[in-house]
Design a protein around this ligand. Structure first.
Ligand SMILES: Nc1ncnc2c1ncn2[C@@H]1O[C@H](COP(=O)(O)OP(=O)(O)OP(=O)(O)O)[C@@H](O)[C@H]1O
Ligand SMILES: [Mg+2]
Length: 156
């Protein structure tokens, strides 16, 4: 059975953090989560929740200037922000492909900027600003890894 898309609405940053924490509980080594959405959509907020959920207590900050930040919790977290990426050469310089093979959790903000370099098996998360405090968040699992993963229970 295909895992279907799931839409969750949050009404505060705290609720998006909580969603990230619950998502973290499902994560396994090698998982890739791609975050799509405009400036201020809440991508970093969700990443922070995932980091908290994984016990990477120092918490995520935006890696805009370094392109990738690393945190260590239950699993290693590799947090990319592709907003200021100049091109694929930047990805090669930071060893992007190696990160994908390192058995951590890879989180990619502005994933649309590196579309051709995203793995086929991944969780796409689309975040949309509905109003000041409301965000519509769509989870789109891609590939067999997410079937029966519990992702379908993220609604509640
Ligand atoms: N329901 C919500 N979920 C997440 N953030 C929210 C929500 N409501 C309001 N906000 C606010 O929206 C902003 C989201 O900022 P955040 O840095 O997470 O966005 P971003 O998508 O990472 O942006 P950027 O593209 O600049 O990296 C924060 O100021 C946060 O307080
Ligand atoms: Mg951000």
């Amino acid at each position: 059975m295909e895992t279907t898309h799931l839409t969750v609405t949050t009404s505060s940053p705290g609720q998006t953090l909580a969603l990230g924490r619950r998502l973290a509980a499902l994560l396994e080594p090698g998982d890739v989560i791609c975050l799509f959405g405009q400036l201020g959509a809440g991508k970093t907020c969700l990443v922070q929740g995932i980091c908290l959920g994984l016990g990477a207590e120092e918490g995520a900050v935006s890696p805009s200037f370094t392109l990738v930040n690393e945190y260590l919790g239950r699993l290693p977290v590799f947090h990319f922000d592709c907003y200021r990426l100049d091109g694929p050469r930047d990805l090669d310089q930071i060893g992007y492909d190696d990160y994908l093979g390192r058995d951590g959790v890879v989180l990619i903000e502005w994933a649309e900027r590196i579309g051709s370099r995203l793995p086929d098996e991944r969780l796409d998360v689309r975040m949309e600003r509905v109003s000041d405090d409301v965000r519509r968040i769509t989870l789109e699992p891609r590939g067999p890894r997410w079937q029966g993963s519990g992702i379908e229970k993220m609604q509640a």
